[in-house]
Design a protein around this ligand. Sequence first.
Ligand SMILES: [Mg+2]
Length: 300
Amino acid sequence: MMDVETKRSLDFNTTTFTNERRAPEDFPPIANEIRRDIVRALVRAGSGHSGGPLGSADIFAVLYFGGYMRYRSDDMGWSGRDRFVLSAGHMVPVQYATMANAGMYPKSELATLRKYGTRLQGHPGRDMHLPGIETSSGSLGQGISIAIGMAMSDALLDKNDHRVFSLTGDGELQEGSVWEAAMAASHFKLDNFCWIIDNNDCQIDGRVPDVMNVYPIKDKCEAFGFDTIVVDGHDHADLQRGFDLFLANQANKTGRPTCIIARTYMGHGVSFMNDKFEWHGKPPTHDQAVAALEELSAHP
Ligand SMILES: [Mg+2]
């Protein structure tokens, strides 16, 4: 267990976590370390997205460290690995922090976020060859389409029982291509596909219903053929319930893709950012980063 000074430090440490079935109470220290690394990376970068990454850290903690996504940290080219595609590519600081905490590359590399020539671009770039980045993304609505293509190729051709996960934002649901992809997932009976919606009710310009209403999300996903569950995206037991539903759909070959609607707060964990859409696309200042790390370090 890290001491408080190590947790508060703006420097990256070498702590990593394993991927295994866990009790819900095992996740908060992992999610908090992911959040701290997001803050450490963003304050150095001087640009980038804070709100979505911090708000989705609990989802990533359960997905990558709860035994749901199968991978080998030291061999991300392993053909047996499951796939994750971050369709909301601007949220990638959370994925970079998560992958580093899984030991896929040194956490010190997080210091290069958004720097010239880095593998850690502001949006995921497949051509950067960072282990664990399956495809480039960031043009909203496209990542989920690519992920469903991956799920199709395994379900219809390779038949290796790979699991494919993709996370979209809720503002992203305003993109028509999301629904074309969703239609294909149920048409091709992709029970190996899990769609996670980070439902923080915020997007860059305001509250989602004020910009372009996407509700009722659950009804829409069900209408598109998804076995849909709404969970508290900051409750690790509830998130496990969502991912367990997906594993059951795949194991029982139900032919139904799964959708987990995770209700979250943008910027969760840092009180001055919590539920504020103004934090969608900006980094903390040095003083704000110090305050954020102080607050995050008060937790497990
Ligand atoms: Mg959102």
